[in-house]
Design a protein around this ligand. Structure first.
Ligand SMILES: *Cc1c(COP(=O)(O)O)cnc(C)c1O
Length: 395
């Protein structure tokens, strides 16, 4: 059976160049970067080079990049670290309703520990309104955290404008840029953010490696306690091979950014045109204007009326070898409707029929034609079985 992977926002395959860059750090340069003999120094050189490569992708200084075990750790660290550092100054944090669970669940944890959190609404396309942020800031606000690109519906938030508002009020600003990295240009100087989270496995690097950008001079409490790694800010022996792979992936992402965006946008737009032609009663969630600067270039989030996304997912997988996700990977195992779709005003029933397709560097036009054919057959079959198909007011 043919295999088509359309879940690049869940994770990406690791590029061959990345694997090749990593291998020597398992087999030859396996020293501990903290050791002072040659084998340790070679490993340290690998980590230092990766720090430069990751910094270059977001126009930061290498000294502002701190490696973590994943994007989730970077998110936890910044929220808990800032909350702890500034708790005598204030106990209020502002975020949005459509953040990744790495942010939302950390916020709930902080709420249990005396913090107040404001969750900003979004409009029907998933955009946070800067005026809402301005209105929510109080004398107790210590941190604003708004994601750069939403992982489910692809909305690209106005980070520069939001960060400026926070700065105007003397409030620190963090963005979870895991879905933005490698997909849209990121320049931390221009954006004016204080903290930014990243992950390697969403940009063709290995799983289990992430980073937090900390603007020079910004202070937050440590999250991991132990040795003196990462200038005493993140303890634990470095995942050297993983970090080297992240560096290589970042270098490739910087070099390929424009090609990557064009390739994904073109395929994604073609996909949506064909899908609309072949499958009736579908609607697009997230930004309606498919221009790449307001929507993740590879994201297509579609509601199929009258049918269940779980059935679509299973049929695509078992009968056609196609991998997609329902809503988001994190909510796909629960029957709760996606918090992102709900926040964007999508009804629960419509939300239950929603599939997220994300294309990437290895997706081809033939893949899309194959998936559109499969979707056309599957939607027709499932609708034949659906008691509400074609009913007015089925929602
Ligand atoms: C994937 C993802 C994360 C988590 O990153 P991990 O490295 O998998 O922990 C955080 N935020 C967003 C927006 C993501 O898409």
């Amino acid at each position: 059976m043919r295999k088509v992977y359309l879940d690049y926002s869940a994770t990406t395959p690791v590029k061959e160049e990345v694997v090749n860059a990593m291998i020597p750090y398992f087999t030859e340069a396996y020293g501990n970067p903290s050791s002072l003999y040659t084998a340790g120094l070679t490993a340290k050189d690998g980590v230092d080079k990766a720090r430069e490569q990751v910094a270059a992708l977001i126009n930061a200084k290498p000294s502002e990049i701190f490696f973590t075990s994943c994007g989730t750790e970077a998110d936890n660290w910044v929220l808990e670290g800032v909350a702890d550092k500034l708790k005598s100054k204030g106990n209020h944090i502002i975020t949005s309703k459509i953040e990744h669970h790495a942010i939302l669940h950390t916020c709930s944890y902080l709420e249990e520990h005396g913090f107040k959190v404001t969750y900003l609404d979004v409009d029907s396309e998933g955009f946070v309104n800067p005026a809402d942020l301005e209105a929510a800031i109080t004398a107790d606000t210590v941190l604003v955290s708004i994601m750069m690109v939403n992982n489910e519906i692809g909305t690209v938030e106005p980070i520069r404008e939001l960060a400026q508002i926070a700065a105007k009020h003397g409030v620190l600003f963090h963005t979870d840029a895991v879905q933005g990295l490698g997909n849209i240009p990121i320049d931390v100087q221009e954006l004016g953010v204080d903290f930014l989270s990243m992950s390697a496995h969403k940009i063709y690097g290995p799983k289990g490696t992430g980073a937090l950008y900390i603007k020079q001079g910004r202070r937050l409490s440590n999250y991991m306690h132990g040795g003196a790694q990462e200038k005493k800010h993140r303890a634990g022996t470095e995942n050297v091979a993983g970090i080297v792979g992240f560096g290589k992936a970042a270098e490739l992402a910087a070099a390929n950014l424009e090609n990557h965006r064009e390739h994904c946008t073109e395929l994604r737009n073609y996909f949506w045109e064909k899908l609309k032609e072949r499958v009736p009663d579908v609607s697009l969630n997230g930004p309606q204007d498919l221009a790449a600067d307001r929507r993740h270039p590879g994201n297509l989030n579609v509601s199929f009326d009258y049918i269940e996304a779980e059935s679509i997912l299973l049929m695509l997988d078992m009968k056609y070898g196609i991998s997609v996700s329902t809503g988001s990977a994190c909510s796909s195992k629960s029957l709760e409707p996606s918090h992102v779709l709900t926040a964007a005003g999508v009804s629960i029933v419509k939300s239950n029929g929603t599939v997220r397709f994300t294309v990437g560097d290895f997706t081809t036009k033939e893949d899309i034609d194959y998936v559109v054919d499969a979707m056309s057959t599957i939607a027709a079959k499932l609708r034949e079985l659906s008691p509400v198909a074609g009913m007015k007011g089925w929602e």
